[in-house]
Structure formats: structure tokens, C-alpha cells
Design a protein around this ligand. Sequence first.
Ligand code: CA
Length: 424
Amino acid sequence: MLKEEKVFKDPVHNYVHVQDRTIWDLINTKEFQRLRRIRQLGTSYLTFHGAEHSRFSHSLGVYEITRRIISQFERNGYEDWPQEQRLVALCAALLHDVGHGPFSHSIEEAFGMFHEDWTCRIILEDSEIHQVLQRIDPALPEQVAAVIRKTYAYPIVVNLVSGPLDADRMDYLLRDAYFTGVNYGTFDIDRILRLVRPYKDRIVVKESGMHAVEHYLLSRYEMYWQVYFHPVTRSSEMVLRHIFKRAKELYLQGYSFRYFLEPLDALFEGTLTTTQYVQLDEAFVQTAFMQWINEPDELLADLCQRFIERKLYKYIEVDELNAEWLCREWHAAGLNPDYDIMFDSPSDNPYDVYRSGDEPTQQHILLWDGHDQVMELSKKSDIVRSISGIRRGNHYIYFPMDKLQAVEHRLTDEVKRMFLQRKN
Ligand code: CA
């Protein structure tokens, strides 16, 4: 424990309280400080200009919510909460996103990486974080990594950090709503935190908290469609993914870049070490993009310019997608189907506002009657039942309007009707 509690001023939780020396030391490692240079919402700042908040602030928020829940359990002396798990839970909450890379989703898709893997590598391999954890207990790094991998021997700890009503989601909904400035993400977190209980191997909510939980799920529903799947954000992610794809393609062909920074070579070769990985942040990749605007490779230069100057791809929304036909049309008009058209079906994303079920699993929210009965949320809530399992079927097609207009005379009428008459 620290002699004196430390606090961070936070716009969402007002204050983040640090009482443990271990948590304080982890925050001060270079790997954790790097999260200040990675935005929580990637390219969303191109759609919602307020969305400049970092993964650092989100990670502190997840830690704070976890700390508040555990402290409530301890104050009330609930027997289902294993008290000796406090530090493991707090460390896992704080570190759960430490492996996120710059513009995480795009870089992961472009290079087939997974941030969970990097989080575990940073915790387990040679890093300042590893040293801090290991000094407390040689078993601690492995325990924290097991919580992240969801294989930890105490499922209740996993459920607290990553479950259907976890500290991660509660923080990002409130934080992302605050910084994007939208009006939908808010819900009564204080009430939820007061009414969560440890029950057998998981976290449940007292029945009287049902309406607060409904509100939380509705916020999730709104945030997905209004913020996370916003087509302009998706467009910028696709341009970004194409920059990474083109740069890697050129590198593997032996192209000699006018501007090149280590460890981009290791990134393109897929041989990054953890030390190299933590050198990557958003300032780093944006510097490369700025410089690549002057590369002789026209495709790379064009994509980088679009991203930096926010000249993104335009989009249309369709009920059905005939990707093969469109790629043929693009090819026939002299466009490059690999780069000049992109398809996106947001409903394919692993998003679930809530999925009900007859057999309660770790993915369900359970209401507790105050005695010994628990019930899956949608059995009791009409609202949750109505939004449970919803998937939308829209598809989006993205394309560079200027390039399409330049080959207008070669397009068939059908293609022109679909693409060139679009407003905006
Ligand atoms: Ca997170």
C-alpha cells in the first residue's frame, strides 16, 4: 500500500484512486505510459472531433470501476468474493488493453495480429510491467495473463474484467459518449455498481437494478450504431488498412522507400519483438504517412494523402452486395478492384448488444432475487428481450469518388446510377 493515496483527475469518474504501490508502479512503466499515445477510438476522431481520448484514460477508468466494485464487495463482506484475488483483478483491469497497437483495428486486420496476444506477451516477456508484477510474486504475471486469456482458475475475476456487464464496457461506453459528445452512451453507473453482487462464480445484479441494466444495454445499442459503426469512421479505417497493405506489399517487393523507420521492417516481416512492438504508437505511424505522401509509388502516396487530409472514400448503402460483379466493372473501367473499392457489412462484426439463452452462460446477465434464485435478464425484461440478438443487414460500398468520376465515360449506366448520383 502507498503511504498516501494517489489520485488522477478524470472527466468520467471524477477521480481515479490508487492505493496500491503495485498499481502505481505499473502506471509508471514505459509500456503503460505508451497508451497515452494511442487513441481509444482509433480513427473516430475523423468523424467526432472530440474523440481524442487515449487508451491510457480508458485503462485507468476500467481499473477504477473494478476497484469500486471490489471495495463494495469487501465493505459488505460477501462470502462469494475471494478476497485474496483483489490485486490480480486490479492488475488485469489496468493492463487489459496494454497490447493495443496504433489504430488497433486496422493494423490488426492488415497484419493478422491480435492485441490480446500482445497484452499477454508484454505481461509475460521482458518488460517493465513484467518486472513490477514479478517483484510482488513470481506467479503474478502468469495469473494476470490468465485473466486476460479468460482461463484463470477463478472465473469470477474474469467475469469482473470481461463479461457482459464488465468494468471494460461500462467505462468505454461512458468515456466514448463523453468524448464524442453524443447523447446516448450514459447510464446510471453508480446504481449498477451499488447493486452488483458476487454470486457463485460470477457477478450478478440485484433485481432492483434491472432498469439501470436495461439502460446500459440500450446505451450499448445506440453507441454501436451511432459511433462504433459510423460509416465515415469505417471509411477511414479502410483507407488506413490499405495504406498498411500497400506499404507491406512494396516492402516485400524490395521497393526502396524514400522514408523508412525501424521497426517497420519487423512489422512487415511479422517478426516484431515486444520491445519493438511498444515502439509503435500513433505518432510513429502518422509520421510515416506524412512522409509517404511524397513517395514515388502513386498508390501509397494517394492513400496517405487521403488519410492525412481526410479525403476519405465515399460510400453507398445497399441491401444486397454483388461484389464480384462490381469488381469486374471496376476492372473494365480501368480502376483497381484491390484498392479502389471496398465492401463492408457491419452486421458481420462480432457485436451483440445482448443475446438471451435458456442455459445461462458467462455471457448472460443474471438477476438475483436477494435469496438463492438467479434469472437470466431477458426472462424478466421486455426491453432486453426485444433488442436481444438483433443484427442488421446493411452493406456498405466504399470508393474514391474522384477516381470514379475520372473514368465516368467507361462506366455502364447501371454503375453510374448506383454511384454517381449520390448526394454529398
Ligand atoms: Ca478495453
